[in-house]
Design a protein around this ligand. Structure first.
Ligand SMILES: NC(=O)c1ccc[n+]([C@@H]2O[C@H](COP(=O)([O-])OP(=O)(O)OC[C@H]3O[C@@H](n4cnc5c(N)ncnc54)[C@H](O)[C@@H]3O)[C@@H](O)[C@H]2O)c1
Length: 398
């Protein structure tokens, strides 16, 4: 089967399994060629199949630590007739590369929010993973969560609070920008978003792991957060998702008390930079902001894609000697994004953007490349005119 990209608006409808392989290999090469660091030996990553979670897993396995990893993700299986999701194949290719180097790379595909998944992972850690872990990374991004105790399904939304918000968003398919306005969220929508993307599930995981005595002394847990600047403030940090991130950050403070007392370890959030991912493509105006940011940061010699950013976070900060904590105890690798100079330049460009000039003013080409790369397209050196053998691919397991 020849696979060509299918995109609707800013939603990718398919992926290229062999392109995904090349992207994973490229990211592994970046980790190997970057500064090597001594990190944890046994790691659990929730949300491990794409974006920040995958970059974290690659950096830990191939960036010097040689970590054994367990990855949990929610992905669509590829069959001999149907292409699966990009994360499905990313899991397969990561595992193949890690096992070649003698590392354990166990994948669990399913709902990280469920008690069943926690139980399965726990049993695996106890029975087959050496009994204890050193690090839990929480990188789940989801629009929906079923509360494992009540069974109620909560849906998150990305809306401003107490105000309306309007701004341009990229339409990748049409290569156009579209003006979107979003109304203020209701109290219920805010509560649901906190329920999905706040710290409750992370807390369940950390408490269960500590209670079940599967964490080594000095155990760490890190969850990813975002703040951003003025352009996205109303719809992101001051909006529903910002409330969820504040809950996540507050949860870190509580969990840190528990983990430092019991294990001499630490728990915190890391506020990462804006990147193109499956999740962030849906945030109104985020894609325009990101493509302005790519241009401004490149001009300053500071453009840092997801893999490089995550590797710096781990090698220099979490396991390095230059941690950059703010007054609230959050790790701040996003400081490069948030300098006054970068933000002022970004705002000036953003304010001048029109439907006619956006391709000149922001780096649309780079945004689109990152977007296509997420699904294995536009990867360097991949022949997109050759047949993809779905039957063979369906015999490979993540
Ligand atoms: N993208 C950005 O610009 C950005 C910036 C800063 C922080 N972050 C944060 O980083 C974290 C990861 O986001 P991302 O952008 O890398 O997202 P992503 O869409 O690339 O990855 C999300 C991951 O979550 C997994 N997942 C979703 N629902 C799941 C479920 N029910 N059970 C198990 N796994 C599930 C997916 O399989 C995938 O592995 C989020 O907390 C996000 O807010 C993102």
């Amino acid at each position: 089967m020849i696979i060509k990209p299918r995109v609707r608006g800013s939603l990718a409808l398919n992926c290229h399994p062999m392109g995904c392989k090349k992207i994973v290999e490229d990211q592994i090469k970046i980790a190997k060629d970057s500064k090597q660091y001594k990190g944890p030996k046994k790691v659990l990553i929730l949300g491990a199949s794409s974006g920040y979670g995958l970059a974290t897993r690659i950096s830990l396995a191939f960036g010097g630590s040689k970590s054994d990893t367990i990855g949990v993700s929610f992905e669509k299986e590829g069959t001999e007739k149907k292409v699966g999701s990009a994360g499905w194949y990313n899991n397969i290719w990561f595992k193949e590369a890690a096992e070649k180097e003698g590392l354990i790379a166990k994948n669990f595909i399913g709902d990280a929010f469920s008690h069943e998944m926690r139980k399965e992972v726990l049993e695996y850690i106890k029975d087959e993973f050496g009994g204890k872990i050193d690090l839990l990374v929480y990188s789940v991004a989801s629009g929906v969560r079923q509360d494992p105790d009540t069974g109620i399904v909560h849906r998150s939304c990305i809306k401003p609070i107490n105000e309306e918000f309007g701004g341009y968003t990229l339409n990748i398919q049409k290569e156009e920008i579209e003006y979107m306005s979003v109304e203020s969220a209701t109290e219920e929508e805010i509560a649901n978003t906190v329920k999905v993307m706040g710290g409750e599930d992370w807390s369940h995981w950390v408490k269960t792991l500590v209670d079940e005595d599967v964490c080594n002394e000095g155990f760490k847990s890190v969850a990813y957060s975002y703040i951003g600047g003025d352009i996205t403030r109303a719809v992101y940090r001051d909006g529903t998702i910002g409330q969820a991130k504040e809950h996540l950050e507050q949860t870190a403070v509580e969990l840190n008390t528990l983990v430092s007392e019991k294990l001499g370890g630490e728990v915190y959030t890391s506020v990462n930079r804006a990147i193109t991912t499956k999740a962030s493509a849906f945030i109104p105006c985020f894609s325009i902001y990101a493509s302005v940011l790519f241009k401004v940061m490149a001009e300053q010699g500071k453009e840092e894609p997801c893999m490089e950013h995550t590797h710096r976070l781990l090698a220099d900060m979490i396991y390095g000697d230059s941690p950059n904590f703010d007054a609230q105890g959050r790790m701040r690798p996003d400081s490069w994004e948030l300098t006054d100079e970068i933000q002022e330049k970004s705002v000036n460009i953003y304010n001048d953007i029109t439907e006619e000039n956006f391709k000149e003013l922001c780096d649309f080409k780079l945004y689109k490349k990152y977007f296509m790369n997420l699904n294995g397209f536009e990867a360097d050196g991949v022949d997109y005119d050759s047949d993809v053998d779905l039957e063979w691919l369906s015999t490979l397991r993540p």
